[in-house]
Each structure stands twice: as structure tokens, then as C-alpha cells.
Design a protein around this ligand. Structure first.
Ligand code: G3P
Ligand code: MG
Length: 244
């Protein structure tokens, strides 16, 4: 059955990449959770999507120009809704501990956000955290940046690696030939353009961002490996209706 993966927590209904969004994902019992990891100025792994804090907090500046202490003072929820004003940019370790405490048993998709900034050393630090204890959930590393995945493969060879791809035929072909890449995460547009041929692709395919009900149903019918969605609760409901 197609896995439902909560994109940035539950981005559609909660402030993305916050504890509130991850709690919602756990609560709706979806199969997976995706989050984005970046470095602060003092090289702490934090969970935030953009390279700057401007869009999703009340602060200003690039994530890697702010210390953890500076970032932790920011309100990461009010921009979405005033009721989330207590939300902060979480540390990766905070999210991991939360998932453990809430007995999340699904798949955690850790996106290494090195497509715009290389963040030297981030893969090593990330793998150290992931190997620091036996987490009660499965995890995989994903990235738009192949070099980060190659490094993660050297450091943590048993964890799956997924190559995030837009719609580039070149990258899709390249991914086919890389044995250490177990899955591709393309844009939903690419999957739709493939039609029924998608089932012949030799690796797991988990598109993003699948928010439209008909697209979700189409992916479920085609038995696509997984979908990243901003609305995991709704997606779970649609899937249950199709497969009671
Ligand atoms: O991993 C799928 C998706 O998260 C990639 O795009 O920009 O939302 O991180 P983005
Ligand atoms: Mg992401």
C-alpha cells in the first residue's frame, strides 16, 4: 500500500517543521514524516525548510548566520496562526526524541538541505546523531544534492538514500544507474506524465507534494511506494476509503 508521508510535519494544517506539525503527523497515524535539516551558525542541526528564517518565523536572517540561541528565541508559529505562537524552530534531536516518546513506528525522511548551501560537515554530524542510539522507527536520508547522499552512504551505508528530483529526465536516468540510491522523490507532475508506465520504474517512487484528492487516489491505485503530502490526515482518510 502507498505510504502517506507528512511533508514538513503537516504543512497544510500546522506551521511546517514545528513540534505542533510533527505531533499532528503522529496523531493522524500516517506512515512517514518528512523534515528538512540545516546548520545554525554554531553548527547545530535544526529543522527548517528555507535557508533564511524570514518566511516561517518572526525573525530575519540566514539560518547559518544565526546561533542556536538566537534562533530558539524566534516565534515559528504566529506567521501561520496566532494559536501557534509558542512554537520554535526545533533541534533535530528534539524531534527525534519526540517521535521516540510518542512511539512513532513509521519512516522518518530526513532531507539534508544542502542544495543551496553545502554546510560542510553536516552529513557527519547528522549520521552521528542518527547512530547515537537505536531509534524505534526507520529512517532514510534524502537530498537534492547527490554529493550529500554519497557521503551519507559512506558514513551510514545501511540507511536508505533517496534522490530528490524535480522533473529532470537527466536526473531520473542518472538515479537508475546508482545502486546506492533506493528511491527517487520526484515532483508529482513527473509521475502524472508517466501515466501507467510508472510501475516499470525500477526503484521506489515517492512524489511530492501530493495535495490534490484525485492525485492521491491515482497514486494509491497505481501502488506508488509513497506520497509526500501537506495534508496527511486527509490522505489517510482517502486511503482508508479506497482500502478499508
Ligand atoms: O522531500 C520532498 C520535498 O520535501 C522536497 O522539497 O522543497 O519541500 O524540501 P522541499
Ligand atoms: Mg523537504
Amino acid at each position: 500500500m502507498t505510504k502517506v508521508i507528512a511533508h514538513r510535519g503537516s504543512k497544510g494544517t500546522h506551521p511546517e517543521n514545528t513540534i505542533a506539525a510533527f505531533l499532528e503527523a503522529v496523531d493522524c497515524q500516517c506512515d512517514g514524516i518528512e523534515l528538512d535539516v540545516q546548520y545554525t551558525k554554531d553548527k547545530v542541526l535544526v529543522v527548517i525548510h528555507d535557508n533564511s528564517v524570514d518566511r516561517t518565523t518572526n525573525g530575519r536572517g540566514e539560518v547559518d548566520h544565526l546561533t542556536l540561541q538566537e534562533i530558539q528565541q524566534l516565534d515559528a508559529g504566529s506567521w501561520f496562526d496566532e494559536i501557534y505562537r509558542d512554537q520554535r524552530v526545533p533541534l533535530l534531536t528534539e524531534v527525534l526524541e519526540l517521535l521516540k516518546e510518542r512511539e512513532f513506528k513509521g519512516l522518518l525522511n530526513i532531507e539534508i538541505k544542502t542544495d543551496e548551501k553545502p554546510y560542510m560537515g553536516i552529513e557527519e554530524d547528522l549520521v552521528k546523531v542518527m547512530q547515537s542510539q537505536p531509534w524505534p522507527f526507520d529512517y532514510l536520508y534524502s537530498s537534492f544534492n547527490l554529493a550529500s547522499l554519497e557521503l551519507a552512504q559512506q558514513l551510514d551505508p545501511t540507511a536508505p538514500k533517496a534522490y530528490i528530483i524535480g522533473v529532470s529526465p537527466k536526473k531520473i536516468k542518472q538515479a537508475r544507474g546508482l545502486s546506492f540510491i533506493s528511491a527517487i522523490h520526484p515532483k508529482i507532475d513527473w509521475v502524472k506524465a508517466q501515466g501507467e508506465r510508472i510501475s516499470a520504474y525500477p526503484k521506489a517512487v515517492r512524489p511530492w507534494t501530493v495535495n490534490d484528492e484525485l492525485d492521491m487516489q491515482d497514486c494509491f491505485r497505481k501502488k506508488i511506494a509513497g506520497i509526500h503530502t501537506d495534508y496527511p490526515r486527509e490522505a489517510m482518510r482517502y486511503r482508508r476509503l479506497m482500502y478499508p
